[in-house]
Design a protein around this ligand. Sequence first.
Ligand SMILES: C[S@@+](CC[C@H](N)C(=O)[O-])C[C@H]1O[C@@H](n2cnc3c(N)ncnc32)[C@H](O)[C@@H]1O
Length: 250
Amino acid sequence: MDTWRFYDITHHEHVVCNPTSQDKLARLVGLLRLASEPRVVDIACGKGELLIRLAEAYDIRGIGVDISPFCIADAQRQLQARRPGAKVVFRQMNGSDFRPEEPRSLALACCIGASWVFGGHAQTLERLSGMVAPGGWVVVGEPYWLEPPSAEYLGVAAVNRDSFGTHFDNVEAGEARGLQLVHTFVSNKDDWDQYEGLQWYATDEYARRHPDDPDLPELLERVAKSKAVYLRWGRDTVGWAIYVFRHRLP
Ligand SMILES: C[S@@+](CC[C@H](N)C(=O)[O-])C[C@H]1O[C@@H](n2cnc3c(N)ncnc32)[C@H](O)[C@@H]1O
């Protein structure tokens, strides 16, 4: 089954495609306090919710990139509906190929929930940090281990021990690269249950409406497996936070 179609179906109900609540996202937008016409990039922007909210709150010049044609189409639709005159564009491309017009020119660079694009959390911080101007914001969303993962969990989950660090490791990775952590938005169990539960709900809705889809058996099997892994282990093993960094003062 096509990867991006799989995510389009399973994330059909999501506005934000990560375990952050909409309230926390609104608080993030409020904190950033961007000055006039700031340049912003969101790498792996999903449905573009963060950029669109930033465009609603500030006069940004924004670009959102995502590899999924479904996400880019959703983001463009939402932008047209909510902020048609905004100076924001969405492009379908591999995030690792994105380069700002000039290095160190952006006010804000984000990558929420897709650090694999740059080869991991530390590399993501490195790349985003190189895009922003002095004093600029680097905002990333990253999982972390709540507790050491069990061998059973690692045997069935699509991650290994080194896939994530601890919450503190995620902070340290930025601090070691000249970034200062100024805030975190840590998801709670309700945020996680919402993120995971909407996938089960969307898949069930889809299955009832499209019983003849040839991809249905694979779709249902994959979602059932990830649901069981989440309920049995993931819920108590993996955390999630958005880390808000700024270039450290000289
Ligand atoms: C967990 S979702 C997060 C989406 C969005 N940042 C959000 O928080 O709502 C991961 C996103 O990464 C995108 N993605 C995966 N690989 C990518 C790549 N190589 N380049 C750009 N986007 C990618 C997926 O299409 C998906 O939208």
